[in-house]
Design a protein around this ligand. Structure first.
Ligand code: NAD
Length: 253
């Protein structure tokens, strides 16, 4: 019998990997899930909450949407306050929001560097710091940060992105050490190349070159990543902390 008592926050949950994570947590262990996203700020997805609610209706999970820019500390604090107001607490935080602004370093602008660091790395600081006190008080928490294999192996044209994701990995390990004694685990999932908006820009030649480096010979799906996040969010993963789990078809073995 599944114990559906957990309450989760997923940043950037309106599409792609974040949306698959919302659905996986609903199927697994969550009675309530709040997803924060920039799409409510720029009004590009007015129907998101209703759409996702419909997708999980048969699972008995209540979905909340919240307007927030993950790179803003004030927005992160407001998200946690809203989650506690609606759901009574937060047991699981998934830091998923992220962007790419690819360019060779010679051509990369300061803005391209700063935007990626702020949205991919500072956001993880913002949300983790804001959720830590309530998690410490309840002596329970699961924090899962979405990194990337390029934070481990690097990638030409992604100095900003790989720096942000390497930063997420360092942050994950340090925070895991700080809060382990409080019943909180902190882990990272490092996806390889996953079929989402983020990788939709790849042309056939780039795709073929990529596949040559993926032993399982396919790009991943958002669900491939979400399954691992679901496991790390569960009580079955109680003895795992400070780890980086690659979900990459064998790219980085
Ligand atoms: N797709 C891949 O191949 C891949 C590989 C490795 C890691 N990742 C990581 O997985 C995560 C999800 O990526 P995805 O592929 O689903 O991308 P996506 O572009 O489909 O989704 C990203 C989500 O983040 C939201 N977002 C963007 N900026 C935001 C901001 N400032 N504040 C709040 N929300 C914001 C977007 O609205 C969107 O919902 C990212 O952290 C990404 O770096 C993706």
């Amino acid at each position: 019998m599944v114990n559906k008592s957990k309450r989760a926050i997923v940043t950037g949950g309106s599409r792609g990997i974040g949306r698959a994570i919302v659905k996986e947590l609903a199927a697994r262990n969550c009675s309530g899930i709040l997803f924060s996203d920039i799409v409510f700020v720029d009004n590009s997805c007015d129907e998101c909450v209703e759409e996702i609610q419909k997708e999980v209706d048969n699972l008995g999970t209540k979905i909340y949407g919240f307007k927030a820019d993950a790179s803003s500390f004030a927005d992160a604090q407001a998200t946690i306050d809203e989650a506690i107001k609606n759901m009574g607490g937060v047991d699981i935080l998934v830091n998923n929001a992220g962007i790419t602004r690819d360019n060779l370093l010679l051509r990369m602008s300061e803005k391209e560097f700063d935007d990626v660091i702020n949205i991919n790395l500072k956001s993880v600081f913002n949300y983790t710091k804001a959720v830590l006190r309530p998690m410490i008080q309840q002596k329970y928490g699961r924090i899962i940060n979405i990194a990337s294999v390029v934070g481990i192996i690097g990638n030409a044209g992604q100095a900003n992105y790989s720096a942000s994701k390497a930063g997420v990995i360092g942050f994950t390990k340090s925070t895991a050490r700080e809060v382990a004694s409080r019943g909180i685990t902190v882990n990272a999932v490092a996806p390889g190349f996953i079929e989402t908006h983020m990788t939709a820009k790849l042309n056939d030649k780039q795709r073929e070159a990529l596949l040559n480096n993926i032993p399982l010979n396919r790009l991943g799906t958002p669900e491939d990543v979400a399954k691992v996040v679901g496991f790390l969010s569960s009580d079955e993963a109680a003895y795992i902390t400070g780890q980086v789990i690659a979900v990459d078809g064998g790219m980085t073995m």
